[in-house]
Design a protein around this ligand. Structure first.
Ligand code: PHB
Length: 391
């Protein structure tokens, strides 16, 4: 009798052992991120991946009892490739979450996320409309509109009257110039011209020359992360840093990753941005130190999109008890708030877009290197294009 009981107990342990083994295999939550790891925007891919990996390193590979596996796929900045990779991640890898990167691929992937019902953290794209392309898209990056309206207002309030805009020729550039135009004109200024620079292998020199010939008092520029170094060099080569023309723009033009290599060229430049590596908070000090230790680079605004993207997914899984059903997950994400290295952020429950502080920053030399020092804060800024559309 006792032996029978013992045997039964052993059998039940063995059965539950098998069950546990199966559950462990199923329990892995795969997160597939599609970003440019090669090509002209490779630095963007590297930074967002490094931010996401740092989050996992700091908070562990398990959340809500489930193991997390991050899968990174390189779209080389080509949306067709990105779409194919997202399809493979959904069908072959059976990911529970996607991470969307730059705008063209984020747009191309959206119908797949919708059809397969996969919750997606938008970790890079800065184009307003992207979050409207799928009900499962939730943004942790930024929008160009958030920053461009605020810097336009700052400029007209600080004496700018005639501006020329130079923007990178793709969706985020079009939005940056559109919102800049609206605000600059409303503030009594005049936009003399808007010049569009090709995204790939940009040569800013002819555009800078044309802008200078128009004799503006202000130059509004948007180039994506990774191109600030080239912009600064060509700006100085034309003597524009000594011309008296004010250079302004969204935070992208003083990307923290590029700043150390720009010498004195950008000193005094004022931008409106969502993140600075010298944002004065304890959380940010730890973030910048840990990021530098892990990567050898200065943390930038792209990296926090990846870091906060993982935070969004982890917190949602905690709230759903490990359930990855996209409707449950996105419901959990709506209205979420936390303290990011950039400052307080939240997810607008209506739009699934990020609400965050936008800071006016001036480039200053501290300890021998240029940094974007925050001088004014606009709290809890929403994407202005969505707000205007809702009026
Ligand atoms: C985008 O993909 O929308 C994007 C990427 C890098 C930037 C800004 C926008 O710096």
């Amino acid at each position: 009798m006792r032996i029978g009981y013992f045997a039964a107990a052993c059998l039940s342990v063995a059965i539950s052992g098998i069950a546990v083994g199966d559950a462990a295999a199923q329990d892995v939550v795969k997160i597939g991120v599609v970003i440019p790891m090669t090509g002209g925007l490779a630095s963007v891919g590297r930074e967002v991946a490094d931010g996401a990996k740092l989050y996992i390193q700091q908070y562990g590979e398990t959340v809500a009892g489930r193991k997390v596996e991050l899968i990174i796929r390189d779209d080389a900045g080509v949306p067709d490739a990105g779409k194919r990779l997202a399809q493979e991640l959904i069908v072959k890898d059976k990911v529970s979450f996607l991470g969307a990167g730059t705008t063209p691929t984020a747009m191309a992937m959206a119908p797949l996320a919708t059809e397969a019902k996969v919750a997606t953290a938008v970790m890079v794209s800065g184009t307003s409309v992207v979050t409207e392309r799928s009900p499962y898209y939730v943004r942790t990056s930024f929008t160009l509109g958030q920053q461009s309206g605020i810097i336009a207002d700052w400029a007209t309030q600080n004496g700018s009257k005639k501006a020329v805009a130079i923007v990178s020729d793709w969706a985020p550039g079009a939005e940056a110039s559109k919102v800049f135009d609206q605000h600059f004109t409303k503030g009594g200024g005049q936009v003399l011209d808007t010049l569009q620079v090709p995204l790939a292998n940009p040569d800013f020199a002819p555009f800078l020359q044309r802008a200078r010939d128009l004799q503006p008092d202000t130059l509004f520029v948007f180039v994506p992360a990774g191109q600030a170094g080239t912009l600064a060099r060509q700006f100085a080569e034309r003597g524009l840093d000594k011309s008296g023309i004010k250079l302004i723009g969204p935070g992208d033009i003083v990307d923290d990753d590029d700043l150390p290599g720009t010498g004195d060229t950008l000193l005094g430049v004022v931008t409106a941005g969502v993140y600075s590596a010298v944002h004065p908070s304890l959380i940010n000090k730890f973030y910048v130190a840990a990021y530098a230790k892990a990567t050898g680079h200065r943390a930038n605004f792209i990296s926090v999109g990846g870091y906060d993207g993982m935070r969004l997914i982890y917190s949602a899984l905690e709230k759903t008890g490990g359930n990855t059903n996209a409707d449950a997950v996105v419901a959990a994400m709506k209205g979420m708030k936390w303290e990011s290295p950039r400052g307080p952020i939240s997810i607008d429950p209506r739009t699934r877009d990020i609400v965050q502080n936008v800071y006016i920053r001036k480039i200053e030399r501290l300890d021998g290197e240029p940094w974007a020092v925050e001088i004014e804060t606009f709290e809890a800024v929403k994407d202005p294009l969505k707000e205007a559309a809702a009026q």
